[in-house]
Design a protein around this ligand. Structure first.
Ligand SMILES: Nc1nc2c(ncn2[C@@H]2O[C@H](COP(=O)(O)OP(=O)(O)O)[C@@H](O)[C@H]2O)c(=O)[nH]1
Ligand SMILES: [Mg+2]
Length: 208
């Protein structure tokens, strides 16, 4: 049976190479963490249904960059139908934090004039003893760059993984309710119908 959903949000996961983006996506969608991996996971797309509110299901289309971030050429088609972005850095690698602003700029330059909702993730928070970025300064950056929030996350320990995706989804939902983003923006959001009623036609995704 096809899953039913009320809203469909396209979300991209971006940040420097090795900050743990694929691990984060894997933990969220599969519930596991594999420390032994040597080669990149090579995931590039996952679907996850989020029971958002009673009676509201959000279908998240989650895009991972699968290695292209090394060349700083974001796979632009990923962003075309996305409305949200998790920007990820590694709390134990300061340069990955310092590049967050330019990641955001790159995304905004590409998607304009369409809106994009950002959430900041300080990843690998299990490595607290090797921390090179404080919680306070990361929170301040998220605020300065107009993001929906900042969370410290560990895919290894499964800390705040679901909450990070949920917080971003909530931020997108809020903007939608305030009419700051709409299905007409072509941002990968909608129920598959014009009046936002429940739609059970999962094939809509294939058109994305
Ligand atoms: N300590 C720790 N290591 C992690 C965590 N998430 C990922 N890693 C490790 O970081 C490395 C890069 O992870 P990967 O998901 O491939 O990063 P990506 O290049 O951003 O997709 C791998 O060796 C992972 O095992 C985490 O939450 N904590
Ligand atoms: Mg990866």
């Amino acid at each position: 049976m096809e899953a039913s959903w009320n809203f469909r949000f396209g979300i991209v996961i971006l940040g420097d190479s090795a900050v743990g983006k694929s691990s984060l996506l894997h933990r969220y969608t599969e519930g596991t963490f594999d420390d032994s991996r040597q080669s990149p996971l090579g995931i590039d797309f996952k679907v996850h249904h989020l029971d958002f509110d009673p009676g509201v299901v959000i279908k998240m289309l989650l895009w991972d960059t699968a290695g292209q971030e090394r060349f700083r050429s974001i796979a632009k088609s990923y962003m075309r139908n996305s409305v949200g972005c998790l920007l990820v850095f590694d709390i134990s690698q300061r340069p990955t934090f310092e590049r967050i602003h330019s990641w955001q700029q790159e995304v905004l330059d590409y998607v304009k004039p369409n809106p994009m909702i950002f959430m900041l993730v300080g990843h690998k928070c299990d490595l607290d003893v090797r921390r090179e970025v404080t919680t306070l300064e990361a929170e301040a950056l998220a605020k300065k760059l107009n993001m929906v929030g900042y969370l410290e996350v560990s895919s290894k320990d499964n800390t705040n993984v679901s909450l990070a995706f949920q917080t971003l989804a909530q931020g997108i939902y809020n903007q939608f309710q305030k009419r700051r983003i709409s299905i007409r923006d072509g941002c990968g959001m909608g129920s598959g119908s014009d009046n936002f009623t429940l739609d059970t036609d999962d094939k809509q995704v294939a058109q994305k």
